[in-house]
Design a protein around this ligand. Structure first.
Ligand SMILES: Nc1nc2c(ncn2[C@@H]2O[C@H](COP(=O)(O)OP(=O)(O)OP(=O)(O)O)[C@@H](O)[C@H]2O)c(=O)[nH]1
Ligand SMILES: [Zn+2]
Length: 305
């Protein structure tokens, strides 16, 4: 049988197959070619499993090829790492320009990381209800920066429910990772999307009743309209990986599309003559804030605050 891992504790996996949810484990050693990780399987993985009719549980026998996956810490796969989730369709960052204001550096770092993982990213600007007309103009300016380089933006109020229907459409039938730093309203948004508030606590207690370890790595929640959201306890954002300086500009779409026109093919886009990126910056075609984030990440400054 085939199923989707929706929850993992490291020793037990909850597998969704058709309308059923089966608790599964792995028999013996389960090795996956090419990577060394502390956990072989993660939420979002598609697996094959056999039922153990007497116990009503399953044994996972095979992992399907992943289209992508995110890990904790380094993207350098020679190091031991923990896979947080696999097969993500989208990474969504909840931000706000109201307090506590999300810094553009934080947003850009998140987007770079999503690019490095090859996961399409999207920004949700929350707390729309707090903006005056002037504030709304500033909000529109920020959104234009990101929309122009291909990141869809949504303005919502999790508090009042404004534009939540648009987010629902976005999430339908997709596996979406939701991130955001503390205070932006991520929990409020998730509560809007998952009206069944008992869900989380229910699932945890059910597992501990059966004597299973309940330290979850990450969990997928099924949306009423179809699709899943992944909330990752313990990591509030995915902007934690290290990217080599030499390839950093590949993860800025507006730089990626111009760097073939730089005079030097090893151009760092910092002070080289004939740099197409610097020209575009001067022309106002590349946003200064985005370029500042590039420099900041390039020089190793922490923009996570
Ligand atoms: N005005 C306004 N306040 C909001 C909105 N969404 C959330 N808040 C408030 O912002 C605060 C943080 O909201 P949470 O949903 O707890 O935020 P979180 O991102 O999950 O943060 P943590 O719980 O700290 O992880 C709370 O006081 C919410 O009531 C919104 O759309 N408008
Ligand atoms: Zn250049």
């Amino acid at each position: 049988m085939q199923g989707l891992i929706t929850k993992s504790t490291g020793s037990w996996y909850q597998v969704r197959s058709g309308d059923e949810t089966i608790d599964c484990r792995i028999k013996g050693k389960f090795r996956i070619k090419g990577i060394t990780t502390t956990n072989p399987l993660a939420v979002g993985d598609l697996v094959d499993f056999d039922m153990e009719p007497e116990q009503g549980t399953g044994v996972i026998t095979n992992l399907h090829q992943r289209k992508n996956y995110i890990i904790r810490k380094a993207i350098n796969l020679s190091k031991q790492a923990q896979i947080i989730a696999a097969n993500l369709d989208r990474a969504l960052l909840v931000v706000t320009l109201a307090s506590p204001r999300t810094s553009l550096g934080f947003i850009d770092r998140f987007l770079v990381t999503a690019e490095a993982y090859d996961i399409p990213a999207c920004l949700i600007f929350n707390k729309l209800d707090l903006f005056s007309d002037e504030g709304l103009e500033i909000l529109a300016d920020y959104q234009a920066i990101y929309e122009n380089i291909g990141y869809p933006c949504y303005s919502v109020s999790a508090l009042e429910g404004t534009n939540i229907d648009k987010v629902r459409v976005l999430l339908k039938d997709k596996a979406t990772l939701i991130s955001g730093h503390s205070g932006v309203g991520k929990s409020s948004l998730i509560n809007r999307l998952l009206p069944d508030l008992d869900l989380r606590t229910h699932m945890v207690s059910e597992w501990s009743d059966k004597g299973m370890h309940t330290t979850t790595f990450a969990e997928m929640f099924e949306l009423p309209q179809g699709g899943y959201i992944i909330d990752t306890p313990g990591i509030r954002e995915l902007g934690v990986i290290d990217i080599e300086k030499e390839v950093l500009s590949h993860f800025f779409p507006e730089m990626r599309e111009r760097m073939n026109q730089c005079r030097f093919n090893n151009c760092r886009h910092i002070n080289e003559p004939g740099c197409a990126v610097l020209d575009a910056l001067e022309e106002g075609e590349i946003a200064q804030s985005r370029y500042n984030s590039y420099l900041s990440i390039y020089h190793g400054h922490d923009t996570r605050a």
